[in-house]
Design a protein around this ligand. Structure first.
Ligand code: FE
Ligand code: FE
Ligand code: ZN
Length: 277
């Protein structure tokens, strides 16, 4: 079975997200740990978390993906901004243990003119401070499009970050199809070649999740504007190839396309129909 879901609003709590996912014919989902702009998180209701856990187990859900606020910058030039990213991630990981054995994705950050090497060092410092041997959550670095001074738009940069993390068995990668395409990886005409590169540089065992998005812009544009499935430069045929690829087909796929819930439901049923059981 295809493991697929979409990004859901967490404003009504945990169980409500699980129920919404079921309604959309999803068997996983992504959610923000707090307001995406990074404000204070709501208090966790342990009973709500427990009930979601029961729904997930009872319905054979694939792992959930929590997404850190996208405004966090662990490799900022400002100490206060880095400190804020660190404290937010520590708090998020503590909260994730109410829903054990899931995943937490974050954007590595932007080096804002300090250079890639300095940026990578700061991201490593952050991860080395937040990871604990006890946590059950796997932390994922998201592949970035390379807009501005983003770190993590090449497999080499992600590999270098991971190599500097002590507890790196708790670290993986989330591949965003729009981002890698915009970063210049030709997943439309050469998916095999891109995955071979990923395997040679990072190792496919690190690949834990896929953000499935089409792109509004051409290959290598470094833009990061998500499009509905089949409506952009990646297209239906490539999407079908991605969800069915032997190296990817068992992974969980998360849609972050510009849709209301009903649009997500349509994309989920379309992708399920394209999946070779
Ligand atoms: Fe993201
Ligand atoms: Fe993404
Ligand atoms: Zn994006």
């Amino acid at each position: 079975m295809l493991n697929i879901g979409c990004h859901l609003s967490s404003s009504k709590g945990f169980l409500a997200m699980g129920q919404e996912a079921m309604r959309l014919n999803a068997n996983t989902f992504q959610f923000f740990t707090r307001n995406p702009r990074g404000s204070k998180a709501k208090e966790i209701n342990p009973e709500d978390a427990r009930m979601l856990g029961e729904l997930l187990t009872g319905n054979n859900f694939a792992p959930l993906l929590a997404h850190a606020p996208y405004t966090l910058n662990p490799c900022s030039a400002e100490e206060r901004t880095r400190e804020f990213a660190l404290l937010t991630m520590v708090d998020d990981l503590k909260r994730m243990e109410y829903l054990p054995n899931n995943m937490y994705n974050f954007h590595p950050g932007s080096h804002v003119g300090q250079g890639i090497e300095v940026g990578i060092g700061l991201i490593q410092d952050t991860l080395n401070q937040i990871l604990t041997p006890e946590q059950s959550t796997i932390v994922l670095l998201e592949t970035m499009s390379g807009k501005g001074s983003e770190v993590g738009s090449t497999f080499e940069e992600l590999k270098q970050i991971i190599d500097g993390i002590e507890l790196n068995n708790q670290v993986g990668v989330c591949l965003d199809t729009c981002h890698v395409h915009d970063a210049g990886y030709d997943i439309v005409n050469n998916l095999n070649g891109v995955l071979e590169q990923f395997d040679n540089i990072i190792g496919l065992e690190r690949l834990r999740a896929i953000h499935l998005n089409d792109s509004m812009n051409p290959l290598g544009s470094r833009k990061d504007r998500h499009e509905k499935i089949g409506k952009g430069y990646i297209g239906f045929e490539a999407m079908a190839g991605i969800i069915n690829h032997p190296a990817l087909r068992k992974l969980p796929f998360y849609l972050e396309t510009p849709n209301e819930p009903e649009g997500y439901a349509e994309e989920i049923s379309l992708l399920r129909s394209l999946y070779n059981e």
